[in-house]
Design a protein around this ligand. Structure first.
Ligand code: AP5
Length: 213
């Protein structure tokens, strides 16, 4: 499947993408994970984006499009992809549309996870992420078997740098200002599927209905 995951920070995009990947071999492409890996490596890209990310601001459209233009043409995308955190602005959505037209590809849908603000804040303050493999945990809904240690790879799990109260507030504001308009964009494109949950079963049912329809 070729699906965009839309939704505010903490809506469950990464969690759902990892679960959907298991269904048909589609690959998760998280621009946030790509940028965090660059920061961890200390690469030029990482140095360029570190401050903006820690504050909860977006990095530039040009930088993201340079990354995604290459990433979407890699071999593993043939099977399908789950775009997690991309596009995030109208210019990115327009550029993606042009890129897919050039590649002769079509999206199946843009899946909006429409989750209330109070749930989101609770989830973000209780989320933990593996520093090595990126597995996502939650101290309330999905704790690791051993406190502070990843079940999958045994590395340390931590809170992300953009999970301070101030950065979370800013990320929600940035979402409302710059990313929420994509819901109307994809509704106009006839691609929007909206669900008010990030539980796997109803999400899969909504996608299946869309793919069959
Ligand atoms: P990014 O990494 O994309 O962060 P985000 O969009 O803010 O999303 P999150 O990863 O915080 O949340 P999520 O929706 O994936 O939720 P999760 O599954 O973890 O981006 C980070 C930064 O990178 C941006 O701020 C920006 O600076 C930069 N960036 C990235 N892409 C960019 C772009 N395209 N353009 C410009 N800049 C870009 O779930 C959250 C928690 O809830 C977890 O603990 C999980 O276990 C729990 N949970 C999930 N589902 C459920 C459920 N159903 N029930 C109970 N708990 C649940």
């Amino acid at each position: 499947m070729k699906v965009i995951l839309l939704g505010p920070p903490g809506a469950g995009k990464g969690t759902i993408a990892k679960a959907l990947m298991q269904l048909d071999g589609s690959v998760q492409i998280s621009t946030g994970d790509i940028l965090r890996a660059a920061i961890a490596e200390g690469s030029d890209l990482g140095k360029q984006v570190e401050a903006a990310m820690a504050a909860g601001n977006l990095v530039t459209d040009q930088l993201i499009m340079d990354i995604m233009e290459q990433r979407l043409q890699q071999e593993d995308c043939q099977q399908g992809y789950l775009l997690d955190g991309f596009p995030r602005t109208i210019p990115q959505a327009e550029a993606l549309k042009a890129l897919l037209a050039r590649l002769g590809e079509k999206l199946d849908c843009a899946l909006e996870l429409d989750i209330p603000r109070e749930v989101i804040i609770d989830r973000l303050t209780t989320r933990r992420t593996c520093t090595n493999c990126g597995e996502i945990y939650n101290v309330k809904s999905k704790p690791p078997k051993v406190d502070g240690i990843c079940d999958v790879c045994g590395n340390v799990i931590v809170q992300r740098a953009d999970e301070t109260e101030e950065a979370i507030e800013n990320r929600l504001q940035v979402y409302n200002d710059q990313t929420a308009p994509l819901v109307d964009f994809y509704r106009d494109e006839g691609l929007l599927v909206s669900v008010q949950t990030s539980d796997l079963e109803p999400v899969v049912a909504a996608i299946r209905e869309r793919l069959q329809g």
